[in-house]
Design a protein around this ligand. Structure first.
Ligand SMILES: Nc1ncnc2c1ncn2[C@@H]1O[C@H](COP(=O)(O)OP(=O)(O)OP(=O)(O)O)[C@@H](O)[C@H]1O
Length: 576
C-alpha cells in the first residue's frame, strides 16, 4: 500500500495544512465536554449566569473555529485526493501503454478497466477520508481517554479497560475485511468482463438468439458480486451493534459508580456529564474508525491490484538503439531459423522459419487457418519476441532498434479493421500525427476509399463509430489501409486486410502499394493476390512447406496446386 501512497509525495504542503486543520478540529472537540462540565458545575448548579454566558461564549467561539477548520480541511482533502487519483490513473495508463501482448494476456481488459477506475476511486476515497477524519479518530480516542483521566481518573479507568478490547476487535475486523473485499473486487472484474463481451458482441447475440443465455451469464456473475458484497458488508454491520453495546455498558458503569462518587462528594455532576460525553465521543470515534478500517481493507485490496499493474515486468524491452539512421532504413526483412511460442504456452506455433523479403519486394503468406501467419507477422513490429532465432531489419537484429524507430517504419493493417470514434480524417491521420490534408487524401485515394468518403454527409469530417456513421466491413478495411499507407512505411504488413474487397478494388490498392515501393508482406487467401507477389510462402502447422514464385510452386508443391485448383473451381462455379 505504501507503494501507491508514495504518489502523495508531491502533495506534502496541502497534506500538512489539512492535517493541521484536522488537529484544530480535534482540539475543539476535546475541549467541549470539559467546557460543558464547567458550565454545569460553576454556572448552572451555582446559579451564576455570568459563568454560563462567558464559558458558553468561549464554547461558541471555539465551535466556529472548528467549523471553519473543518471546511478548509475538506477543501484541501478534496484537492489532494483528486490530484492523487489523477496521478495514479495516469501512471497506470502509461504503464498499460508500455505493456507487451504477453502482459495484456495476463491482465484481461475488463480487469484493467476496473483497476483504472473503481480501484483508483477506492484509494481516492481513502485519501480523502484519511485527511478528513482518519487521524482524528484514533487521536480522539487517545485524547478522549487522557481528558477523561484528567477530569476524573477513577471513572476514566472504565474507558482505559474497554479501549484495548475494542482495538483488538478492530484488528480482527480489518484482517477479515481485506480478504473479503479482495474477492469483491475480483467479482466486480467478472461482471465487467461479461458486460464488455456482451456489449461488443451484441450483433452476434441477437443473430444467434442468445439473449437469455447472456442474461443468465450476467445474472450469475452479478449474483456472485451481490453475495460477496453482502458477506463483506455483514462484517461492517456487526461493528455498530458491538460498539453501541460496549458504549452503553460503559456509560451505565460510569453512571453507577459516578452516582456513588457524587453522593460521597468525591465528584461533581458536571464531571459525570463530561465523562459520559467523552465515552460517547470515543465510541463514535471508534465507529468512524471501523468504517475507515473497512475502507482501508477495501483500499488495501485495490492497492494490491494497482501495484500488480504498476510493477508488472514489461518483458518486451526497448532496444538500445540501432547504428542505422531511421531515415535510411530500407526495409530488408529476414527471418533466420525463427521459432516462436506464445507466453505461458508449451507448443511452438512457428518452427524454424527462414526467409527474406528484400527491400521493395512483395511476399505473400498463404496457409490454412491457424497455420501461424498472423503470429509470424506480429514478430516484425515486435508485438512479441521470437523464442528462438532472429528477425533482422537491414541486417540488424530488430531487438537492437528502439521500438519507436522500428514501429515508425512499419504500416500494420490487422485482420480486424478497428476504427476509433472520431472523424474519418482523424482515423486516417491516426497513422501519422500532424499529417496534412493532402497526405490524408492521397492515402485515402491509394486505399480506394476517397470516392466513398466524399459521398459521406460531412466528407472527411464525418464522425464514424458510436453516435456516427457506420461503415461497412470493406469500407472499414480501406480506412484502416489508408491509416497504414499515410505513414509511407518501409515495411507494410497486410493481414488478410483485403478479404472484404472485390477483386478489382483489391488490385487497384495493390497497384498503389507497389508505387510506394515498400517491402510488403501480405497474408491472403486469394490466389489472384498471391500470383502477383515476388515470393510466396506456404505455411502449414507453423512451418514453411513451400517457397517461391507462383509458377514454380505450381510445379513443386502439391498443397499449392490443390489451393490453386480449388479456387479455380470456385471461380468457374461463380461465373457459371
Ligand atoms: N494470443 C495467443 N496465445 C496463445 N496461442 C495463440 C494466440 N494467438 C494465436 N495462437 C495460436 O497460434 C496458432 C497460430 O495462430 P495464427 O493466428 O498465427 O494463425 P493464422 O494462420 O493467422 O490463422 P488465421 O488465418 O485463422 O488468421 C493457432 O494454433 C492459435 O491457436
Amino acid at each position: 500500500m505504501l507503494k501507491v501512497f508514495s504518489f502523495l509525495k508531491s502533495y506534502k504542503k496541502p497534506i500538512y495544512i489539512a492535517l493541521f486543520l484536522m488537529l484544530v478540529e480535534l482540539f475543539v472537540e476535546l475541549w467541549h465536554p470539559l467546557l460543558m462540565a464547567k458550565i454545569i458545575d460553576d454556572g448552572i448548579l451555582k446559579n451564576d449566569l455570568s459563568v454560563v454566558l462567558t464559558w458558553g461564549g468561549i464554547m461558541l467561539g471555539l465551535s466556529f473555529v472548528g467549523f471553519a477548520a473543518g471546511i478548509i480541511n475538506s477543501f484541501y482533502a478534496a484537492h489532494v485526493s483528486q490530484g492523487f487519483g489523477y496521478d495514479v490513473r495516469k501512471s497506470l495508463f502509461d504503464k498499460v501503454q508500455s505493456f507487451s501482448f504477453a502482459n495484456l494476456n495476463r491482465f484481461p481488459t475488463s480487469s484493467l478497466i476496473t483497476r483504472l477506475t473503481n480501484d483508483v476511486t477506492q484509494l481516492q476515497g481513502l485519501v480523502f477520508m484519511g485527511l478528513r477524519i482518519m487521524a482524528r479518530a484514533p487521536l480522539l480516542v487517545i485524547g478522549g481517554v487522557v481528558m477523561a483521566l484528567i477530569v476524573n481518573w477513577q471513572l476514566a479507568l472504565i474507558l482505559v479497560v474497554t479501549m484495548p478490547l475494542m482495538f483488538l476487535f478492530m484488528v480482527w475486523l480489518m484482517g477479515r475485511g481485506v480478504t473479503l473485499f479482495r474477492i469483491v473486487q475480483d467479482k466486480l472484474d467478472s461482471v465487467n468482463s461479461v458486460m464488455r463481451e456482451n456489449l461488443s458482441g451484441m450483433r452476434l447475440i441477437k443473430a444467434f438468439l442468445r439473449k437469455s443465455h447472456e442474461q443468465n451469464r450476467f445474472a450469475k456473475s452479478s449474483t456472485e458480486l451481490k453475495d460477496q458484497t453482502i458477506k463483506a458488508l455483514r462484517l461492517i454491520e456487526l461493528t455498530m451493534p458491538v460498539l453501541l453495546l460496549v458504549m452503553n455498558i460503559s456509560i451505565l458503569v460510569i453512571l453507577w459508580f459516578g452516582s456513588f462518587q457524587v453522593t460521597a462528594n468525591n465528584a461533581n455532576i458536571g464531571e459525570i456529564v463530561a465523562l459520559v460525553n467523552y465515552a460517547t465521543r470515543i465510541m463514535f470515534a471508534f465507529s468512524v474508525f471501523s468504517f475507515l478500517l473497512m475502507n482501508l481493507a477495501r483500499a488495501k485490496a485495490s492497492s494490491t491490484r494497482i501495484v500488480e499493474v504498476l510493477e508488472a515486468d514489461v518483458d518486451l524491452v526497448d532496444g538500445a538503439g540501432s547504428s542505422l539512421q531511421e531515415e535510411l532504413i530500407r526495409g530488408h526483412v529476414r527471418f533466420d531459423d525463427v521459432s516462436f511460442q506464445y507466453p505461458d504456452t508449451k507448443e511452438n506455433v512457428l518452427m524454424n522459419i527462414s526467409f527474406e523479403a528484400r527491400s521493395g519486394e512483395t511476399v505473400a503468406l498463404l496457409g490454412a487457418t491457424g497455420s501461424g501467419k498472423t503470429s509470424l507477422f506480429q514478430l516484425i513490429p515486435r508485438l512479441y519476441d521470437v523464442s528462438k532465432g532472429t528477425v533482422t531489419l537491414d541486417g540488424e537484429d530488430i531487438r537492437k532498434f528502439k521500438l519507436t524507430s522500428l514501429r515508425n517504419n512499419i504500416g500494420f493493417v490487422p485482420q480486424e479493421a478497428r476504427l476509433f470514434t472520431g472523424t474519418v480524417r482523424e482515423n486516417i491521420c491516426w497513422g501519422k500525427e500532424g499529417a496534412s490534408m493532402e497526405e490524408i487524401i492521397e492515402a485515402a485515394k491509394a486505399a480506394q476509399i476517397h470516392e466513398t468518403i466524399v459521398k459521406l454527409p460531412n466528407q472527411y469530417e464525418t464522425i464514424i463509430g458510436q453516435k456516427g456513421v457506420n461503415l461497412s466491413g470493406g469500407q472499414k478495411q480501406r480506412v484502416s489501409i489508408a491509416r497504414a499507407l499515410i505513414r509511407k512505411p518501409k515495411i507494410l504488413l497486410l493481414d488478410d486486410s483485403t478479404s472484404a474487397l472485390d477483386l478489382q478494388t483489391e488490385q487497384k490498392i495493390l497497384e498503389a502499394i507497389r508505387d510506394l515501393s515498400c517491402t510488403t508482406l501480405i497474408i491472403t487467401q486469394k490466389i489472384s493476390t498471391v500470383m502477383a507477389a515476388d515470393k510466396i510462402l506456404l505455411l502449414e502447422d507453423g512451418r514453411i512447406v513451400a517457397e517461391g514464385e507462383h509458377d514454380k510452386l505450381l510445379q513443386t508443391s502439391e498443397l499449392y496446386q490443390k489451393i490453386y485448383d480449388s479456387q479455380q473451381l470456385e471461380e468457374v462455379a461463380s461465373h457459371g
